[in-house]
Ligand binder design. Structure first.
Ligand code: NAD
Ligand code: WQD
Length: 341
């Protein structure tokens, strides 16, 4: 029988790409989203790419009664919980918004799963939990560092909520996926990242600068102790990342989890500097980007990339797409959004 997966926050960037991959793998999806950081174009894009109708419920996961109705109405054994606010800087300015939204929605989903006897949950965690790592690459055993933002703190707290709930309620199994830096867009250019206002993240800032929406990209610091002086990250293609969710759901559905609660790093295993990313973007897309070196950004770690051995072995998942292909897709998406060409 076809399994259904509830995808909270599924109208957003990672959720919409994951919905496409779930449907491609034979799952049905029910998307719940309050559209606080997205619009219906994500869901419509999923339908266009897959040729399937997608069940969409506009609801706030913090509204327990509205969320309960989704559990009453639909039969599903698995949930992927993307619904959260994600802007690090905003979380420093408005911590309570982050604690309320990210913690309340997560407590609600876990409580409802327990109440309705639903088994499997994947949680969107983040490499931010590692902070400035003592040694690289980071494994899942690397220590978590005290969070440097309320956003990062919500990721640590939600991981702990999941660990403790799975330990207490025998019916529940969980996987936390620690994403590194998700970038790019679906190769169809029908779905992608839709940042509101000025982008915080590097790749949307690059593509908007290339499109002429932003005048100039600031590279935050060229005096870090790295080969070219800029920070190093592990940029993971969005479709590869989406597929990691399918692998995590498959693992739980098939009863292959080795522990009731598991954690996996989801990255490429390679570190790329800001300068490298910018010059690769220019090269593969055949354009020149207007950029300048600016002071360091507060809170940035110097370098982080993933050891992905565990995900490779246990999930049978590997990052497949090259950074070149990913940056081509990012530009194709930006051109689609802006109506360029
Ligand atoms: P996104 O903002 O594009 O998607 C999140 C979606 O959740 C949005 O559609 C938003 O409208 C919805 N949402 C937020 N609060 C909600 C609520 N209370 N009820 C219902 N819907 C709600 O962000 P994304 O980049 O797709 O991120 C998805 C998840 O992955 C988040 O939990 C985020 O913290 C996590 N994550 C993202 C990154 C990244 O760089 N994008 C990295 C690590 C982890
Ligand atoms: C990448 C690199 C910047 C913008 C953030 C969150 C993290 C996770 C992913 C959710 C850094 C540099 C950036 C610009 C630049 N999100 N940069 N100019 O900071 O690694 O991670 O998103 O969980 O929690 O902190 O990603 O894309 O903002 O920055 O030079 O205009 O690009 O300094 O070195 P980051 P990012």
């Amino acid at each position: 029988m076809k399994q259904t997966v509830l995808v909270s926050g599924g109208a957003g960037y990672i959720g919409s790409h994951t919905a496409v991959e779930l449907i491609g793998a034979g799952y049905d999806v029910v998307i719940v989203d309050n559209l606080s950081n997205s619009d219906m174009s994500g869901v419509e894009g999923v339908e266009k790419i897959t040729g399937k109708h997608v069940t969409f419920v506009e609801a706030d996961c913090c509204d327990k009664e509205a969320f309960r109705r989704v559990f009453e109405q639909y039969e599903f054994d698995s949930v992927i919980h993307f619904a959260a606010s994600k802007a690090v800087g905003e979380s420093v300015a408005e911590p309570l918004k982050y604690y309320r939204n990210n913690l309340t929605s997560f407590v609600n989903v876990v409580e409802l799963m327990h109440e309705f006897g639903r088994r499997n949950i994947v949680f969107s965690s983040s490499a931010t939990v590692y902070g400035e790592a003592d040694s690289l690459p980071v494994t899942e055993q690397s220590p978590r560092k005290p969070a440097t933002s309320p956003y990062g703190n919500t990721k640590q707290i939600c991981e702990d909520i999941l660990r403790d709930s799975v330990a207490a309620y025998g019916s529940l199994r969980g996987i936390a996926l620690r994403y590194f830096n998700p970038i790019g867009a679906h190769p169809s250019a029908l779905i992608g990242e839709l940042p509101r206002g000025v982008p915080n993240n590097l790749v949307p800032f690059i593509t908007q600068t290339a499109a002429g929406v932003r005048e100039c990209l600031s590279i935050f610091g060229d005096d870090y102790p790295t080969a070219d002086g800029s920070c190093i990250r592990d940029y993971i293609d969005i479709v590869d990342l989406a597929r990691a969710h399918v692998a995590a759901i498959d693992r739980m559905v098939k009863g292959q989890s080795k522990q009731p609660y598991e954690i996996f790093n989801i990255g490429t295993g390679r570190g790329v500097s800001v300068f490298e990313l910018v010059t690769t973007f220019e090269r593969v897309n055949g354009l020149k980007l207007n950029y300048k070196v600016a002071p360091r950004r507060a809170g940035d770690v110097v370098a982080i990339w993933a050891d992905t051995t565990l995900a490779n072995r246990e999930l049978g998942w590997h990052a497949e797409r090259s950074v070149e292909d990913t940056l081509r897709a990012a530009w194709a998406w930006e051109k689609h959004v802006r109506g360029i060409e």
